[in-house]
Every structure is written in structure tokens, then in C-alpha cells.
Design a protein around this ligand. Structure first.
Ligand code: ADE
Length: 251
């Protein structure tokens, strides 16, 4: 699953024996990547869009694992554009049932954070490390593009991702989020919804986000620039690296 048409297009091109199915305003592309039966879909944006897309993948296509790639705004001050975050835990920053329950708690599940399983973390971190390996990275993103986006030495981060139905474009909003959730690395609009549905169906999942902007006043400029030019290159490489590992462990 991806939250950008640009990313999905690159991954669709990896499919062998490709077929297309249309359902609920989404196009589900099926086929094989490195011999593994796969469905690729653009989820659209926001928690509802992501949750319904995951439900369709599980109930109509019977997928057994979900991988979500996309971009995110940096919340932690040390993150830079071009860094990659692998979610260890996901939280919905706009979920607030107080005074009935704690802020961020998911009603009836009685938890606020959904955790990613260790096996998925291991595979995702290896896939990202291969992407950002300095010996290989410039074959994925050109030196000119790296300069344009001021990316010099991209890093892998692993930790909390916060999701909600809001595009962060003000420093004051970012500071307010950091105060409430100081461990959050980045913010986006789908990951925690994907995590909740997968948790409820007991399905392993991975959320990987490339930092496209600093979730501040520059976001409206940085976000479209990054998503238009770079995000799909990261996504295609990361997905290939993940499938390569799954393929290797099956042999
Ligand atoms: N995805 C990428 N950048 C984002 C931002 N600034 N806010 C929310 N989601 C994002």
C-alpha cells in the first residue's frame, strides 16, 4: 500500500502477470514481485481511506501481510528530509475519548500504541539500510537530485510514528504535538489506521516513511517537490529489498 500515486506507479511496474481490479474508488493491481503473489494499491489519504483499503485487501484479496510505504513530516528535530523512518509503534494523535478514557487510547482495545512485530522490523531495517548504503545510494537518487533536496547522508530511524487526519504545516502545531507525544519521530495520515486494522485481524504489517518535509511552514513547498521527484525511487528500492529478503528466506 502507498499513500502516493507516484510511488504506487513505480511498484506496479515491478508486477509480473499484472491484472487490475476496481473497487470502492481504488484500483488494486495484482501480480507477482520476485515470485511472491502481491497486491499493490494507492490507499488515498487519511485514516478512513487507509482503514477501508486494508479491510478490502484482507477480506477481498486475502492478503497475509501488509507493507505501507509513503512520506512523512519530521517531528523530531534531528530528522532531515531524505531520512527514512521504520515504525516500531503507531499512535493516532487525533484520537481523544477523554474523559471516558485516556487521550490517544483506542476505544475497546484499551491501548494507545500498536506495535510492529520484530520480524517485520528486522526485514524493514535491512531493506532501508541497503537503500541508504553510501556505495549504492547515488545509483537510486542522482547526485543532482540529492543536491536539490539538500540530502547528504540519509539516516534510518526506528521509533514512534503518529498518524491523524491533519497535514502539519505550522511549527506551532508541531511543537504542540511534540509536547504531548515527545517520542514521536514523524507525522503522517494513514499508518496508525493500517496498524489498528492489522492488529484487529492479527496480520503482520510494516510502515516505512521517508521524510519529505519538516512539518512546518515550508511543508506546502517541500512536500510536493519531494513526492514528485524522489519518493517513488525510495519506495521502489525499499520494496525490492524487502521482497528480496522474503525470497531468500523461502529458498
Ligand atoms: N505527510 C508528509 N508530510 C506530512 C505532514 N507535514 N503532515 C502530515 N502528513 C504528512
Amino acid at each position: 500500500m502507498g499513500a502516493l500515486p507516484e510511488e504506487i506507479n513505480g511498484i506496479v511496474q515491478l508486477l509480473e502477470d499484472k491484472q487490475e481490479y476496481s473497487s470502492g474508488k481504488r484500483i488494486y493491481f495484482t501480480g507477482k514481485i520476485q515470485g511472491i503473489q502481491t497486491v499493490v494499491v494507492f490507499s488515498r489519504w487519511g485514516k478512513v481511506a487507509a482503514a477501508t483499503t486494508v479491510s478490502t485487501l484482507l477480506l477481498q484479496f486475502h492478503v497475509t501481510e501488509i507493507i505501507f510505504t509513503g512520506v512523512a513530516g519530521a517531528i523530531h528535530p534531528q530528522l532531515n528530509i531524505g531520512d527514512v523512518v521504520v515504525a516500531k509503534r503507531l499512535v493516532q494523535h487525533d484520537l481523544d475519548g477523554r474523559p471516558l478514557m485516556a487521550e490517544f487510547e483506542i476505544p475497546l482495545l484499551n491501548i494507545s500504541y500498536i506495535e510492529v512485530r520484530p520480524k517485520q522490523l528486522d526485514i524493514a531495517s535491512k531493506a532501508v539500510n541497503r537503500l541508504i548504503d553510501p556505495n549504492r545510494f547515488t545509483s537510486v537518487v542522482s547526485a543532482e537530485e540529492l543536491k536539490q533536496f539538500n540530502i547528504s547522508n540519509p539516516q534510518l530511524w526506528m521509533g514512534d510514528i503518529a498518524s491523524g487526519d491533519k497535514f502539519f504545516a505550522k511549527n506551532s502545531d508541531k511543537e504542540a504535538l511534540l509536547k504531548k507525544l515527545p517520542e514521536v519521530l514523524c507525522v503522517e495520515m494513514e499508518g496508525a489506521a493500517v496498524a489498528q486494522v492489522c492488529y484487529e485481524y492479527d496480520i503482520p504489517f510494516t510502515v516505512i516513511r521517508t521524510i519529505s518535509d519538516a512539518a512546518d511552514e515550508r511543508s506546502a513547498i517541500d512536500f510536493p517537490g519531494f513526492t514528485g521527484k524522489i519518493a517513488n525511487k525510495y519506495a521502489v528500492e525499499i520494496i525490492q529489498n524487502i521482497f528480496r529478503q522474503s525470497h531468500e528466506t523461502r529458498m
